[in-house]
Design a protein around this ligand. Sequence first.
Ligand code: GLU
Length: 504
Amino acid sequence: MEKRVRVRFAPSPTGGLHMGGVRTALFNYLFAKKHGGDFILRIEDTDQTRFVQGAEEYIIAALKWCRIEPNEGVGFGDGPHKPYRQSERKELGIYKTYADKLIASGHAYYAFDTEADLDAMRKRLEAAKVVAPQYNAVTRQNMHNSLTLPEDEVKKLLAAGTKHVVRLKVPRNEEIRFNDIIRGWVTVNSSQVDDKVLLKSDGMPTYHLAHIVDDIEMKISHAVRGEEWLPSAPAHILIYKYLGLENEMPKLAHLPLILNPDGNGKISKREARFPVFPLSWQDPREATPYIGYKESGYYPEAFINILALLGWNPGTNEEIFSVEQLAALFEMEKVHKSGAKFDPEKAKWFNQQYLRKKTDKELAEAFAPVLKEKGINRDADFVEAFCRLVKEKVHFVHEFWEQGKYVFESPTGYDEKVMTKKWNEKSKEIFTAVITNFKTVSDWSIENITKSFHDAEAQVGKIDMQLLRVLVTGVAGGPQLFDMLALIGKEEVLKRMEIAISKK
Ligand code: GLU
């Protein structure tokens, strides 16, 4: 019988979530949804030296903002396999029990080497021109461990509480094969794998042991994670084998890297950063707070849509998908092996598509705080009409201001390029005629403005519309001219035109 689908997102609380991390969470979530399974959040906090205060809360808030919520796990409610934080799971004694099993069966051993011993080994190997010095089947023979020391000495050292770690005993030359849902069969020779530390000297398990114990105990069916874990997978395969748990092992899926738009190299940290907390939240290790997707004005739906297509697509040309559609279409087998290029410009386009789906009222409400901050007080209908007019020009709500502030404020200058090129000795007369015609319009509608403009043209000849735009708004481009004049209002348009002309 197929196992019930149970997947986990297992971040370490070592900082804010990166784009790649959120994508890992998303693919797990979509896979669980597609198969009616469970999605679990497990916090892997066994490395106390890398612990960052606030990172766990950050991860939870990020998942909530994206609306990819686990149905079990830290911050999302207990299930049958609590606790979900590895530091708390350690108290259950499970990691040590599994490590002891491996020691008892001869597949793991105690190592008493000091930092200085390890350092000396590295130096020795480097001097001998060994490319990747590691603690392995060959080098362990010259080190202080329960495989080289006499049994009674090992007992004595342990009894005396001598600092030690537990290492996996990796065979010298053995083929390790495993199947990855995304990559197919992978074969690695065990000589490439080091004797990984399983339990550290502080008694804490390493990631390698802890995640295996937890995946087993939590009945995880699929381990879906970033490509950076692929090199450790052979060691994990050995651990399952030595524990006699090969049949319980989750299926593996290693997701591709996210690359820069030009495809050369992993995406930059800044680009990939994804803060959900307000800007005042600062990673204690960073000199300045960074701006993330939420603060940049991305909608969570757009962000999810962008991430879903980084390394996967349903095989059609369609690009806009709700999370429900994604869950219905998602197939792990269709995730690509090669790195996924992230294009920040395309990301903006996605947000724009979602912005256009909002009602004018929703946009006006979202834009209201910006106006308030600028000390501008206009009624809701006006702001709504403004949003209707300008929304084709923006990718984000905050861009409404830059794109259309002239609707609320008189221009302080006039586009120099346009003025130099187009303003001439006849312009003053022409625009005075426009003013005269505009003055006679009683119902300031788009239609009447258009008509009045054409009346003026009948009197003075062709009128440059861009010049008219610059006189009223100061800038060379923007939404439909007459629609905008209608919105700004008759009095204001006339006043602005008169001021502009008087300056010439
Ligand atoms: N704690 C690991 C990480 O932060 C989890 C890797 C896995 O999913 O197995 O990437």
